[in-house]
Design a protein around this ligand. Structure first.
Ligand SMILES: [Zn+2]
Length: 298
């Protein structure tokens, strides 16, 4: 999503589970002898593997904000994707999506900046399904600081946060501290933090590279992942929102002078050079068709 204005908080209080109910559940388990299913062991890999998570959906109908007419866009809603890169030398999470506490809540409760937020799956649950706890994640990369990308970021404060100074400064500015979603990432302030400048080859072998793509925000970044069978993939972050922006060469007015055009040229040139694919995380067509975790790309 684009703007970062006011709006209501997405977060809510969680209803406490009654003690009696918890006891009843425990008794039921004891009586039936059923055991809680164990998560499968964390994946061990010999080459890079990429998981895609469903991190929510934004209900939105103003493509004009992205300089597109309604009839030029097949689907104005936006998917919200998060990605886990499992490399033989470590695990990296790219983006954290909408806050997990939105799961099961009605749309009317959670409209922020004109974007309705819907969530069917938690990020933590999808990670647990493949045996990954937050403690297993070595590196956290956020494409940028907008609320649809940082909703669960605070849970990964034990990871090393790879970030550009412009975005980090913005996230911990006095203005940002007043945003209702500040507490969703506040814990990162004390994370082990590595400030990046330019592109950054995370594991030193060229397979996972953070790409500086400023414009949407000052510290916006994309991620190149070189996969053995799938080939090179660039995760766009919000370099594009709708696939039609790429086809029709459009961008929001406010990004015309902030570097988005240059960043797009850089990525298109890279894609041509490495013969790679661009994955536009907010594109509904992509969101619908991409293979999601627990399946993976390698
Ligand atoms: Zn976004």
């Amino acid at each position: 999503m684009g703007c970062l204005g006011g709006g209501k908080a997405g977060a809510r209080a969680v209803r406490p589970v009654g003690k009696a109910m918890a006891l009843a559940a425990l008794l039921l388990l004891t009586i039936s002898g059923a055991a809680l299913p164990k998560p499968s062991p964390a994946p061990k890999v010999t080459s890079v593997r990429l998981y895609v998570f469903d991190c929510g959906t934004l209900v939105y109908n103003r493509p004009e904000d992205y300089n597109l007419k309604r009839e030029e866009v097949r689907d104005t809603n936006m998917g919200v994707t998060c990605y886990l890169v499992v490399h033989p030398k470590g695990v990296l999470l790219y983006d954290t999506g909408l806050n997990d506490r939105l799961v099961g809540r009605p749309l009317y409760e959670n409209v922020l900046d004109g974007y309705g937020q819907i969530k069917f799956n938690t990020l933590s649950g999808q990670l647990a399904d493949i045996g990954v706890t937050p403690a297993r994640i070595d590196y956290l990369v956020l494409s940028h600081y907008h609320w649809d990308h940082v909703g669960n970021a605070g849970k990964f404060a034990s990871s090393t946060w790879l970030v550009y100074k412009g975005d980090r400064d913005q996230m911990f500015s006095n203005a940002a501290r007043a945003y209702p979603w500040f507490n969703q990432y506040a814990a990162l302030e004390h994370s082990k933090t590595q400030l990046l400048s330019g592109d950054y080859d995370v594991f030193g072998d060229g397979t996972v590279v953070v790409l500086a793509t400023p414009g949407h925000t000052e510290g916006h970044c994309s991620l190149l992942v070189r996969l053995r069978n799938t080939g090179p993939v660039v995760l766009s972050g919000d370099l594009y929102h709708y696939a039609e922006e790429r086809d029709l060469n459009r961008m929001p007015d406010e990004e015309k002078t902030t570097g988005t055009a240059e960043s797009r040229l850089k990525i298109e040139e890279l894609l041509r050079r490495v013969k790679g694919q661009l994955w536009i995380g907010h594109s509904m067509e992509f969101f619908r068709t991409v293979r999601k975790s627990p399946a993976w790309y390698d």
